[in-house]
Each structure stands twice: as C-alpha cells, then as structure tokens.
Design a binder for this molecule. Structure first.
Ligand code: NAD
Length: 292
C-alpha cells in the first residue's frame, strides 16, 4: 500500500506504546484511525492528542479477549470512518512471570494467552471476513515478538509461548490469503530492534480483576524498561532501547512494499537467528539466548 490517504486503520491496543505510534504515523499520512483499547486513561489521552493533531479518529473501548467487542470495533470503524483498510492486531501484555513455570498461577497463563493469542484469533475472526468480502487492497498486521518467533528467551516463558503461537498463526494466515489469491496482505510486525520503551512491562495496569494472581512469589520485579535496564546493569549488561515511533516508521516502510516481515534486526539479532538455526541443524543442546 503506497498511499494511506483516507484509508481506515484499526489498531487494537492503540492507546499506548507501539499502537499509539502507529496511530500518529498513519494519521500524519492522511489515514483515519480507529483505536480500540481497554485502558480508559490512555484512551482519553490519545483521543485528545489525535484531535489536537487534526487526525480523524475514533477511540473505542474494545477488549480483544472478546470477539463481540472486536466486531463492535469493526462496526464502529465502518460506520463512523467509512470502511476498513488496515487492521493492526497489536494489543498484547506481558504477564510479569518469573521463577519456575510449574509454580506459575494458572491465571498468569490464562491472562497472557487470552490477550496475546485469543486477541489475535478473535481479531482474525472479526476482521478477515470483512476484508475478504470487500475484495480490495487491505493489510492485516499482527504484532508478534522475536521472542517466540525466532528466539526463545528464557526469562518470560508464558509471553514467549504466546508469541510463538502468534507467529505460527500469522504465517499460516499469510499462506491462506496467498493460496486464496486474496487482495489482503498479511504482515508480521516485530517491535525492535531493541527493547521498545512502552507500557508492556507495566501490563498489570490493565489486568482484569477476575484473573488477578492466585499465587504470590512470581513477580518479576520489572515494571518498566528502566527497571529492566537497572536489573541488567547489575549483571554488567547495557540494554539499548528503541522508541515506539521508530517501530511505526519501520512498519510503514514495510507496508509500502507489501512486506511480510516488518522486522529490523541488529547484527547481534541476526547472529542469534543463525545460531538457533545451526543449533537445530547440528542437534546441539540449547543454551539460553540473552536479551539484547
Ligand atoms: N515493547 C517491546 O519491546 C515489544 C517487543 C516485542 C513485541 N511487543 C508487542 O507489541 C505490542 C504492543 O505492546 P507495547 O509494547 O506497545 O505495550 P503497551 O502496554 O504500551 O501497549 C499495549 C496496549 O494494549 C492494550 N491492551 C492490553 N490488554 C488489552 C485487551 N484485552 N484488549 C485491548 N487492548 C488491550 C493496553 O492497554 C495498551 O494500550 C504487544 O503485542 C507486545 O507484545 C512489544
């Protein structure tokens, strides 16, 4: 897609972080924006900021764990903004787990899979039939994570497992639209190349009451990118970060080329991908990869 003028872009989890940056980057290019989110405070802020930037937008309460909620977002975007051209299945959370996975609360697994995995499945079920029926150029973009898609970092097993699933779903969706000769392009967005400075590490702010932890003792102690930097510094590791605006610009450059991989890597990331492929080919016993 080369021209975003008057295109309607729906962004789940669009009130903060990567989704918020996508909203502004696309809005500045003339797109109309439908943000769906559950964080009322962030929603109120972005609604004001989009209006101040003269970007035509709606900001709707939408919980991606419910397909009905996503259908309502799709209806609102169609009725109020006039169509659906780009869908970003972007909402995601980090469960903040730590320690042995057999001690995790079942509710940590449920919350993370409900949002990260079912959020994507529900988005596909709500939006894909509409994009297919419209029969015109459209993009369906899923925000995944390199952690799960091409490396398995050892620090957040629930998140990693959810994002491994998300990538399998995204790649399959891409194969299915290709096989069907459909005008919908599917892309996998990987925020990076470094840790992206967003609210992901403070996801507990939007954790539903019904899925609060049952078991104490599995808090990671990391509630922000700054916490992560401090903890890494104790081990002599310096963590670099990426601003979410850079991720949005990278994503748009890829969409302009109809690219599947919306992915920017560093030489270190490339080395990890190669090392992982070599490990499998050589049947080497896995050793934990480090964050970088
Ligand atoms: N930050 C990173 O380094 C990083 C790296 C790789 C992938 N990602 C992915 O990027 C995506 C965006 O996250 P972010 O980093 O911008 O974090 P963020 O917390 O700033 O943004 C996530 C948004 O999703 C919303 N959300 C949470 N639960 C929801 C639900 N049930 N329904 C609707 N919205 C919900 C939150 O309110 C928030 O606005 C996520 O899928 C995340 O896994 C982030």
């Amino acid at each position: 897609m080369k021209d975003f003028t008057n295109k309607v872009a729906v962004i789940t989890g669009g009130a903060s972080g990567v989704g918020r940056s996508l909203a502004f980057a696309l809005g500045r290019r003339g797109a109309k924006i439908a943000v769906g989110d559950v964080d009322k405070t962030a929603m109120a802020h972005i609604a004001e900021e989009l209006a101040a930037a003269n970007i035509e937008a709606i900001v709707e309460h939408c919980d991606v764990t419910s397909v009905d909620s996503l259908n309502a977002l799709a209806d609102a975007a169609t009725e109020k903004l006039g169509g659906l051209d780009l869908v970003f299945a972007n909402a995601g959370i980090g469960a903040g787990e730590t320690g042995a996975m057999w001690d995790y609360s079942e509710k940590d697994w449920q919350w993370c899979f409900n949002v990260n995995v079912w959020g994507v499945i529900n988005s596909i079920r709500a939006f894909m039939p509409r994009l297919v029926a419209a029969g015109r150029e459209a993009h369906f973009v899923v925000t995944g994570s390199g952690n799960g898609a091409y490396v398995i970092l050892p620090d957040a097993p629930i998140y990693t497992a959810s994002k491994a699933t998300v990538h399998a779903i995204t790649e399959n969706l891409h194969y299915q639209v290709q096989a069907g000769g459909l005008p919908v392009k599917v892309s996998a967005l990987f925020p990076g190349p470094h840790v992206v400075d967003t609210g992901l590490f403070n996801s507990g702010r939007v954790r539903p009451e019904a899925l609060k932890k049952e078991v104490e003792g599995n808090e990671s102690g990391i509630n922000s990118v700054d916490d992560m930097k401090k903890m890494a510094a104790e081990y002599g590791i310096e963590i670099q970060t990426t601003h979410p605006d850079e991720v949005a610009e990278m994503a748009i450059r890829g969409l302009e080329q109809d690219a599947f991989w919306l992915l920017e890597t560093t030489p270190e990331t490339d080395a990890k991908i190669r090392a992982r492929a070599d490990m499998i080919l050589n049947r080497t016993t896995p050793v934990p990869a480090m964050l970088g």
